[in-house]
Write a protein that binds this ligand. Structure first.
Ligand code: HPA
Length: 281
């Protein structure tokens, strides 16, 4: 962790000795939601493959990079692309970058993803503020020995998803005229999409959207004492059995819808970054 963080700081200094890397906020951009990284001012982009101890990417064309710079007046560290459990990484590997961002000094983590709606009121393209999560990956990134310097053995996840940041986002969305939903994100391991029986189960269990990421990162961020905020782009909706509009999910559709919703998401996140976060709503 410290070697990775030290490398990133050294890279910044090498570029300009006066440059200090002190990101206040980390952002993780999910499938199809990467363009916000291109808007970072005075960017320093480091491919994941160059950072010591970062997992080695397996997916061609999904290499990913860390972009440091400024957005709406805040120092940010943006992860353009993430690691997923279904790729074969352990959850410790999936969440290692969150530890590195914490070591760089972030105080808050903003997570984004693409998901499938299990709430039948949702429509493709909806943005959902994450109120809570259900971890059904069947694993936990904190399994194993705990380093008390990083966080507690048994972290509390009550209000894991920062209510004040969510309130800020609701106000920003209203001001910008961006409709937003709010709900519970369920994480499964993937890579299969859900069966109709699983969708019915997830809905009964209290889920609104389902995906294959985000929850491990949120768990590690809370363990580290970071404030956590998240937005899920609902790219497809799993309609109930017998519904005439029901159809298969395709990865291409997920990417296309996320790309279309991406500009609203970017505007929303920029508005959140611009806002005052201290008023704990
Ligand atoms: N299920 C799981 N993950 C997803 C989906 C889905 O329907 N859509 C986008 N990511």
């Amino acid at each position: 962790m410290n070697e990775a963080a030290g490398f990133i700081k050294g890279r910044a200094r090498g570029e300009s000795p006066a440059r200090s890397v002190e990101p206040e906020v980390g952002l993780v951009l999910g499938s199809g939601l990467g363009p916000l990284a291109e808007e970072v001012e005075n960017p320093l982009a480091i491919p994941y493959g160059e950072i010591p101890h970062f997992p080695v990417s397996t997916v061609a064309g999904h290499a990913g990079r860390l972009v440091l710079g400024r957005l709406e007046g805040r120092q940010v560290a943006v992860m353009q692309g993430r690691f997923h459990y279904y790729e074969g990484y352990s959850l410790a590997e999936v969440t290692f970058p969150v530890r590195v961002l914490k070591a760089l000094g972030i105080k808050a983590l903003i997570l984004t993803n693409a998901s499938g709606g299990v709430n039948p009121d949702f429509i493709p393209g909806d943005l959902m503020l994450i109120r809570d999560h259900i971890n059904l990956i069947g694993d936990n990134p904190l399994r194993g020995p705990n380093d008390p310097d990083l966080g507690p053995r048994f972290p509390d996840l009550f209000e894991a998803w920062d209510p004040a940041l969510r309130a800020v986002a609701r106000r920003v969305a209203e001001r910008l005229g961006i409709p937003v939903r709010e709900g519970v994100y369920v994480a499964l391991s993937g890579p299969t999409y859900e069966t109709p029986a699983e969708v019915a189960f997830l809905r009964t269990a209290g889920g609104d959207a389902v995906g294959m990421s985000t929850v491990p990162e949120a768990i590690v961020a809370r363990h580290a004492g970071l404030r956590v905020f998240g937005v899920s782009c609902v790219t497809n909706v799993h309609l109930p059995s017998g519904h005439p509009g029901r159809k298969e999910v395709s990865h291409q559709e997920v990417i296309d819808v996320a790309n279309r919703a991406g500009s609203d998401l970017s505007r929303l996140l920029r508005g959140v970054l611009r806002s005052d976060w201290e008023g704990r709503a």
